[in-house]
Design a protein around this ligand. Structure first.
Ligand SMILES: Cc1cc2nc3c(=O)[nH]c(=O)nc-3n(C[C@H](O)[C@H](O)[C@H](O)COP(=O)(O)OP(=O)(O)OC[C@H]3O[C@@H](n4cnc5c(N)ncnc54)[C@H](O)[C@@H]3O)c2cc1C
Length: 367
């Protein structure tokens, strides 16, 4: 029987951050395993045609947390990058989140000016207004605007992405893309934003480069669980899978990413363009924009959301509602019976985490 003090299941950004902390702060050995053939989980990227491609869809690092930024900055330099997203509405590319610039592109100036004035009076300049809140306005002009944005930007996109209407989602999800009463075209307003200069994978390789950290890929927890003794098991895989789905399956949305390579310098005018109204895909990401990679080819991905089906595709977004959270809680209560075991990460916590929040969770926990 092999022995190790700490095992981490899952070599994503959560597991890797934890491995580094255990090795560095506790001076203890740690074995980190992953059933994939690469490190990094969803943040994994690789080079093709001199372009850094994000295998699991476009990833932009952004945070207000200085500790998280400083922690990662020990392992990478940053390419300064401010993310902007466009959406094709009635055939025109406009900035999203919808803001005053977007408004001026889709409405005649007399209408746009009237709406701007009413928005500023009602909410104040610089405010971010969730679409479902804007829809509650009793003013008929603001109502018209809310209906326009709801229908053009949110309704079909949400139906494609989640399979339900915006009002049937957790408000936190729709609240993530509010309407901006400003001219700020940036997708995120965080203080720290960027892309690791040599990609996420290189950064994570450095995080794992410590004499007390041992990495084993192509290894699922089931492969080793009966042949290894450990004092602590940190599990960043799916909590329902660990318990063999004994209370039922936790639902997720997935995405079919269709990667295409084109023999031209650029495919589109921006790194990410959303298609809320037309087509069955939700957005197209073009990877060379992130690090300003130079190549006479370009690589893009078309995102087709779909239900998660075990064995067929990847778990991407947890579907947060009361029923699913109650089911998650059952698993968590079960987990608490084993003092050696701890769940964390987006699959262990059944939570959507941006990368910074996944790291923050680990930096703040007791080890
Ligand atoms: C499409 C998409 C776009 C995103 N874009 C952004 C973005 O722009 N900015 C941002 O900040 N965040 C973004 N995120 C979120 C980001 O991907 C997550 O915060 C991050 O990946 C969480 O890392 P994790 O380690 O918790 O989980 P994961 O990356 O999923 O890592 C878990 C690992 O565990 C392994 N595993 C699971 N079960 C087992 C098992 N039984 N045995 C062995 N190994 C196992 C898996 O193979 C996986 O590698 C995006 C997410 C998605 C889905």
């Amino acid at each position: 029987m092999d022995k190790v003090k700490n095992i981490i299941v899952g070599c994503g950004i959560t597991g890797i951050t934890l491995a580094r902390r255990i090795a560095e702060e506790k001076n203890e050995e740690v074995l980190i395993i992953d059933n994939k053939d690469h490190i990094g989980g969803n943040c994994y990227d690789y080079y093709d045609e001199n372009i850094c491609v994000h295998k699991y869809g476009t990833h932009i690092f952004h945070t207000d947390n200085k500790d998280v930024w400083n922690f990662l900055s020990k392992f990478t330099k940053w390419h300064p990058y401010m993310h902007k997203v466009k959406a094709v509405i009635e055939g025109i590319e406009i900035p999203v989140p919808f803001n005053i610039n977007s408004m001026e592109m889709v409405f005649p100036s007399c209408l746009s000016e009237k709406l701007q004035q009413k928005l500023v009076e009602k909410f104040g300049f610089g405010k971010k207004v969730p679409i479902l809140e804007l829809r509650k306005c009793d003013d008929k002009d603001l109502n018209f605007l809310a209906d326009y944005i709801y229908k053009r930007i949110f309704l079909d996109y949400t139906l494609k992405q989640w399979g339900v209407k915006p009002e049937d989602l957790d408000p936190l999800v729709t609240g993530r893309v509010p309407v901006y009463v400003s001219r700020d075209d940036r997708y995120f307003q965080n203080k720290y934003q960027g892309i690791p200069l040599n990609g996420y994978t290189k950064m994570m390789e450095k995080m794992l480069d410590h004499p007390l950290i041992k990495v084993k890929l192509n290894t699922s927890f089931n492969d080793i669980k009966n042949s290894i003794e450990y004092e602590k098991l940190y599990y960043t895989g799916a909590i329902d899978e660990y318990f063999d789905y004994k209370f039922g399956e936790l639902p997720y949305r997935s995405i079919n990413l269709d990667f295409q390579k084109y023999d031209k310098e650029y495919y589109q005018s921006n790194s990410v363009i959303n298609y809320p109204e037309n087509y069955t895909f939700t957005r197209i990401g073009e990877y060379k924009y992130f690090l300003d990679d130079k190549s006479d080819k370009t690589i893009v991905s078309f995102e087709y959301p779909e239900a998660f089906v075990r064995g067929k595709n990847e778990r991407y977004y947890p579907i947060i509602n009361e029923e699913n959270l109650a089911l998650y809680q059952k698993y968590l209560d079960e987990a608490k019976k084993d003092p050696k075991l701890m769940f964390l990460g987006r699959l262990g916590d059944y939570k959507y985490y941006d990368m910074d929040k996944a790291i923050e969770r680990v930096l703040n926990m007791e080890i």
